[in-house]
Write a new protein. Structure first.
Length: 220
């Protein structure tokens, strides 16, 4: 997979390093010449010096060949521009954008070419809630421009789903349980899988089905 990353800051280089180690073809676009010169020897990927907010730069960098573009700069306006250009000018199949300021989260949608947006403060909040909240539904990740989301519930002793098999749970048609974590092990869910208190249930839901799933797993 060919991945193009806009921004050679700590976030961009960390993503690039992980993807490179996983065997992907990684390109970083960075306009700071000194930064590129300093980092190039530390990371054996393709480097391109230029402004990722400029169509000419993206064209010369070969963005049309990318499978995924990651807008990872420290500026939300730049990330939105990169996302829009990647999607509209180069038809990149998947665009992932970093949200630096949570108040700007609402802008990062399909109108700006963003397929998936990642807000570190929101993600940290979700992870904290996931760690301490039993009997509460926690949103972990938003997908498909916010139309779908991954949620997690640690079942409490009074959960209506306790002792119930998945086939009996009557989940909405637009929601599905994708994993159950029990005793630090992942249980691949089947119709005859029975849920127990303290199970971490991870489900893919839509905005419309989230309330019903919450009622089934939480009950209040």
């Amino acid at each position: 997979m060919k991945v193009a990353i806009a921004g050679a800051g700590n976030v961009g280089t960390a993503i690039a390093s992980d993807l490179h180690d996983a065997g992907h073809d990684v390109l970083i676009i960075e306009q700071d010449a000194e930064l590129v010169t300093r980092l190039r020897p530390t990371l054996e990927i393709t480097w391109f010096e230029g402004d990722a907010c400029e169509v000419s730069t993206l064209k010369r960098a070969g963005l049309a060949e990318a499978d995924v573009v990651v807008a990872a700069t420290g500026d939300d306006e730049d990330n939105l521009v990169v996302s829009l250009l990647a999607k509209m000018e180069f038809a990149v199949p998947r665009v992932v954008a970093r949200v630096n300021h949570p108040k700007n989260q609402w802008l990062f949608n399909e109108t700006w070419g963003v397929d998936v947006s990642v807000s570190t403060p929101h993600l940290l909040t979700a992870l904290v809630e996931e760690a301490v909240s039993v009997g509460a539904l926690v949103r972990i990740l938003q997908l498909a421009h916010g139309e779908a989301r991954l949620v997690e519930v640690t079942l409490a002793d009074d959960s209506p789903a306790k002792g119930v098999s998945l086939s009996q749970l009557d989940m909405p048609r637009d929601a599905t349980i994708v994993a159950v974590v029990r005793d630090n092990r992942v249980v691949v869910p089947h119709g005859d899988t029975i849920l127990y208190a303290s199970d971490e249930v991870i489900a893919l839901v839509t905005e419309e089905s989230e309330g019903t799933v919450k009622a089934l797993l939480v009950g209040h």
